[in-house]
Design a protein around this ligand. Structure first.
Ligand code: PLP
Length: 404
């Protein structure tokens, strides 16, 4: 079990209060989590003790090289990757995905097909849609009313011309976890590349890229208690076989060849600390074992709170949950709903008055919200449970919503 009081003490921002002395409640995790003190310290420590560019002969530069290497190694452990040479760093997931799309545009032929899904965040749709101008055919997997993908539709749409399937592991709007194992089985038959967006999955569940069998996987550290950094896993050898846009003076091999300019070294030190934070919650003889064990505890804690939140909200009049129920644990702790009397934005404004942070709208999963006919009513209210949330916060939030 998680020692929740200890965990909460590690996050200084949890003690913020509003003018009425209401302690802040963060249920906005799917939009970005809070950071523990060790992440804050790692970032400021970098500027105090190691601030420099890389590959120099002097101490701070050598320390920066070590920090960057160590960060890649920790991300490699987090994702179960083959080596740190599989881990590239970017400003955020969206920029890395655009770079990948531009890179793949050089090898895709006119008439080749790319499959995206109606459930995905625009960051995993827009970059691929931009390939239509090269003659690439874009096809979308249908979203069903219950918030899951239509796998029959996927099977009908994939064919020999499908060069790439780009899909999310889980939906940041509805909390659905997609059947990526089934998708991998099918993409293997058609020899299609598989790219997984793990941005909403990585904060809640452990990832093993080797058993996923994916070619690319993207995630964002600010969703798992770290700073704003995007991360890309590429299957060994794959990035080396591609030609990302890059400067002639840049390292021409993976993982560096898709990275541009000087990276945010201080934030990268923060990413290492965020992964250390997660591993500190687990036990085991290796760093990877600790991470896996920590994620088990994280998902149990989050499921417990989110399923209670779900059933309490479900019992309220005037409120309709959008997305799957919690009978299956294979779901992220993200609960979305609409209200008969108030728009999602009005609800978030009311919650904000109680110092409760929640998001409203489409959260860039625009197509899904349009498909579910929710765009014209202002989208949905989304409450996301993170490791630092407790039962009292859930009770407080349900009470605020029930008194609307
Ligand atoms: C599922 C999902 N994919 C992609 C993104 C984009 O990530 P980034 O902000 O790192 O570009 C987000 C951000 O909310 C997301 O939730």
């Amino acid at each position: 079990m998680i020692d929740l009081e200890n965990v909460r003490e590690e996050f200084p921002s949890l003690s913020l209060k509003d003018e009425n002395e209401n302690r802040i409640t963060y249920l906005d995790g799917p939009g970005g989590t809070q950071v523990p003190q060790i992440v804050i310290d790692a970032i400021s420590d970098y500027y105090k003790n190691s601030n420099s560019n890389t590959h120099g002969e002097f101490k701070t530069s050598k320390r920066t090289d070590e920090i960057m290497n160590s960060m890649r190694e920790k991300v490699c452990q987090l994702l179960g990757a083959e080596s740190k040479e599989c881990i590239s760093i970017g400003q955020n997931m969206t920029s890395l995905n655009y770079s990948l799309a531009r890179t793949l545009s050089k090898i895709l032929k006119k008439g080749d097909q790319v499959i995206i899904t109606e459930l995905d965040h625009e960051a995993n749709r827009g970059p691929w849609k931009s390939l239509e101008s090269y003659g690439v055919k874009l096809v979308e997997v249908d979203l069903l009313e219950d918030g899951t993908l239509d796998y029959y539709d996927f099977k009908n749409k994939i064919n020999q011309k499908t060069a790439l399937v780009a899909m999310g592991m889980s939906s940041n709007a509805l909390g659905t976890i997609n059947d990526f194992n089934l998708i991998r089985k099918i993409t293997t038959k058609f020899n299609s590349l598989l790219l997984l967006d793990a941005v909403h999955y990585a904060p809640h569940f452990s990832i093993d890229v080797k058993s996923l069998g994916c070619d690319f996987l993207l995630c964002s550290a600010y969703k798992f208690y770290g700073p704003h950094i995007g991360l890309l896993y590429s299957r060994p050898g794959l990035l080396d076989s591609l030609e990302p846009e890059r400067l002639l003076v840049q390292d021409q091999i993976a993982p560096y060849k898709i990275e541009t300019g000087t990276l945010n070294h201080a934030a990268c030190n923060g990413v290492s600390a965020a992964i250390d934070f997660i591993s500190s919650l687990g036990s085991g003889s290796s760093y990877r074992e600790k991470l896996i064990s920590a994620y088990k505890k994280i998902s149990v804690h989050e499921y417990e709170l989110a399923s209670k939140l779900y059933s309490k909200l479900k019992s309220l009049n005037d409120l309709k949950i959008i997305g799957q129920d919690f009978s299956d644990k294979n779901r992220t702790p993200t609960v979305s709903f609409i209200h008969k009397k108030y728009s999602a934005n009005e609800i978030c404004k009311k919650l904000a008055k109680e110092n409760i942070c929640a998001w409203d709208g489409h959260f860039y999963a625009l197509k899904a919200i349009q498909k579910l006919n929710l765009e014209k009513i202002g989208g949905i209210t989304r409450l996301g449970v993170s490791i630092y949330n407790n039962q009292e916060e859930i009770n407080r939030t349900v009470k605020a919503i029930s008194m609307l």
